[in-house]
Design a protein around this ligand. Structure first.
Ligand code: HEC
Ligand code: HEC
Length: 376
């Protein structure tokens, strides 16, 4: 049965055609044919998070220690006012606090900060539109672009690198950092790429694999409450929430698959009164990267790990409460000219919606990020 669910999810994503046959929920059909007993997903084994496999690096621990300090250091930013952590804080589930992020120097940014747990697993697809292929490219973008303002907004690519090289060399000259850089990159003149490499290695330690769901998947059947188990069933069953179609377990995201997957669910297209926003006010999302019309206003499928802590929601932070975000998704998103056809109103009951929210709470990561004991 587990195979069947997997095949259905992959098949639907791959062909993008009409909804496939529905295995039902375990009750008999209205026509009086005998009940087909279908096993509920909560009674079946669940996929645990695979172990992260990284290439050998004898200096990994030293790079992680350096990256940890840099991640928490406001001196990385253009105006010395923001650290990476400032937009990815523990109390926000390590996603953002402001609906739309506010960058160094008070610069307004177009998108909401996503949760950054398990980014080490993302497969050639970072950011809401997947424009960065590697974590290193992502970190370079975060540092050199508007988030951290490491380079002036109008800088050309080579000027960005020069500005970041300069900042890295300045930091490497600070007494506390000198030791850390020397340990991670012995005998190397320090450039931006070294700071970027260290932050990326630190980010690869941000592993969320001990949620209640993970313990359940690992065999501890008591790890989920009854409501959470019912919510898991609603989440996974094609006849119910069908959330698994896009939020694939165990990442509860599509970014673990090569290149990621992007869908238009209708966010950021209409104003509060339900009227279409002018075309130039719509963030076209993935289309900017892929240049294909089919990707107009499509965004990545975000991970739902830590989602109960990471309000507000969606790429524009437009929904404040998890209950409302779940209702919106289960209701089939917001209708618009390019909405993904398979995203339909699931017609869930209030009890099923509440169970779904309970299940999402079981994806809460027990982890948090801390600065090193001796910040340079
Ligand atoms: C001003 C707030 C802000 C700061 C500071 C900031 N970020 Fe972010 N971060 C964001 C926003 C907003 C996005 C999404 C941008 C987009 O998709 O276009 C993001 C996205 C990311 C992602 C992509 C996650 C994914 O799932 O694809 C990573 C990784 C990340 N940031 C790491 C960092 C690092 C490392 C730093 C420091 C060098 C940093 N951030 C600094 C706001 C911030
Ligand atoms: C067609 C694919 C698809 C399906 C099916 C789907 N989602 Fe999503 N989900 C997305 C995409 C894409 C986004 C981000 C949209 C955006 O921000 O523009 C998203 C965002 C979310 C968010 C906000 C997360 C955050 O961090 O901002 C929640 C919560 C969510 N979905 C829950 C669900 C639930 C619950 C279901 C099942 C009822 C579901 N989704 C079904 C694609 C899907």
């Amino acid at each position: 049965m587990k195979m069947l669910f997997a095949v259905l999810a992959v098949g639907l994503l791959a062909c993008g055609s009409k909804k496939s046959g529905d295995p039902g929920t375990g009750t008999g059909s209205a026509s009086g044919t005998p009940a087909v007993q279908v096993e509920l997903p909560s009674t079946l084994p669940q996929n645990p998070l695979p172990k992260l496999i990284l290439a050998d690096d004898p200096k990994r621990a030293e790079k992680v220690a350096l990256g940890n300090a840099l991640f928490f250091d406001k001196r990385l930013s253009g105006a010395n006012d923001l650290s990476c952590y400032d937009c990815h804080k523990n109390e926000d589930g390590n996603g953002g606090h402001d609906p739309l992020a506010i960058g160094s120097g008070g610069k307004k940014l177009p998108r909401h900060s996503p949760v950054i747990w398990n980014v080490a697993y993302w497969n050639n697809a970072f950011y809401w539109d997947g424009r960065a292929k590697t974590l290193e490219d992502n970190v370079k973008g975060a540092w050199g672009g508007g988030n951290m303002g490491g380079a002036p907004g109008d800088a050309k690519p080579e000027e960005v690198v020069a500005a970041l090289d300069k900042r890295a060399a300045e930091l490497a000259a600070v007494a506390g950092y000198k030791k850390l850089f020397e340990a991670a990159y012995p005998g190397t003149p320090i450039k931006a790429e070294h700071a970027i490499g260290a932050i990326s290695e630190y980010m690869r330690t941000m592993i969320c694999n001990d949620t209640k769901f993970d313990r359940f998947a690992g065999g501890d059947k008591a790890a989920l409450s009854d409501a959470e188990k019912r919510g898991l069933d609603v989440f996974m069953m094609p006849s119910k929430g069908n959330c698994l179609l896009c939020h694939t377990a165990p990442h509860f995201s599509a970014m673990g698959k090569e290149g990621g997957a992007y869908f238009n669910v209708g966010i950021g297209i209409k104003d509060a009164a339900g009227a279409d926003l002018p075309a130039d006010k719509v963030d076209i999302g993935r289309m900017k990267v892929s240049k294909t019309e089919a990707d107009w206003a499509a965004f990545k499928v975000p991970s739902l790990r830590n989602v109960s802590k990471s309000a507000p929601y969606f790429h524009d932070g437009s929904v404040a409460k998890l209950e409302d975000a779940v209702k919106l998704m289960a209701g089939g998103g917001i209708t618009n000219k390019n909405k993904f056809a398979l995203l339909e109103d699931r017609k869930l009951s209030a009890a099923e919606l509440s169970d779904l929210v309970a299940f999402l709470g079981a994806l809460e990561c027990p982890n948090k990020l801390d600065p090193p004991k001796d910040m340079p």
